[in-house]
Design a protein around this ligand. Sequence first.
Ligand code: SF4
Length: 290
Amino acid sequence: MDRVFRQGDMVQHFKRETVDQTTKKYLYRIIGEAIDSETRERVMVYQALYDDCGTFVRPYEMFMSEVDHEKYPDIKQKYRFETVNDRYRPDVKKTMESLRKNGFDVTYFDTAEEAAEYLDRSIDGKSIGFGDSVTLSDMKAYERLSSHNEVRDPKQGICEDDFQRLAREALTAEVFITSVNGLAETGEMVNIDGTGNRIAGSLYGHKSVYFVAGINKIMPNLETAVHRARNIAGPMDAKKYGTPPCTKGEMHCYDCNSPDRICNAEIHYLKKMNHLEHSEVILIGEQLGY
Ligand code: SF4
């Protein structure tokens, strides 16, 4: 299959294999293709995610070419540039610092089990609303918390009416817990939603809101976090509900008009909301949810 790069894709140059992986050296974001007005040559336009974030163009054929493995025998990467959309190694420390600057409390746990224990200890005798979240299911949060709290989790609904009733009831709980689809190292978070219950509950009406996220959600900045939400989380989530175009063939967003579209709203959390007594991000060093 032909390789395709789309606007917003994160790519790495093969020389990234030779540098410290905790830096962003040789990581780039695709801006798009262009035509040189003088030569009519097809070029790729891309922006560095390191140093001064300079913007570059390179002939399309060269951008898509394979690594010269005779010249670089130690390089394992096949092509000069390859996508790394979902295998980015995030800077967790920077992410936590940035979130704190934006007003959120932040805690980190190596495992989902430890994070679930923390939630179990922290919330007792409360009404809790869940925002339909695969991460919370992965953590078995409902099973743990419902033994000593009143948990309203739309996922427990066995039919559409049940889902809607539980989603509404979740909005009036004392505590709301949800996840995010993208989390920027610069401290912003992104969620997409088809029904709206998840976004609505995360913004207003509760004393306390928790955002629980695996490190697979972390991206270098808001732009790449949005890209992740639209092109990774969206298509993966869409598979559960229907057959919009992103569920067939290549996984990316087609900005569809499908009746099964699950991306009807997109929220960017820039800072902690004013009214909230407590807003906490629980980061987990595992791959969880979408
Ligand atoms: S807008 Fe449509 S194509 Fe794009 S991720 Fe959502 S459901 Fe899929």
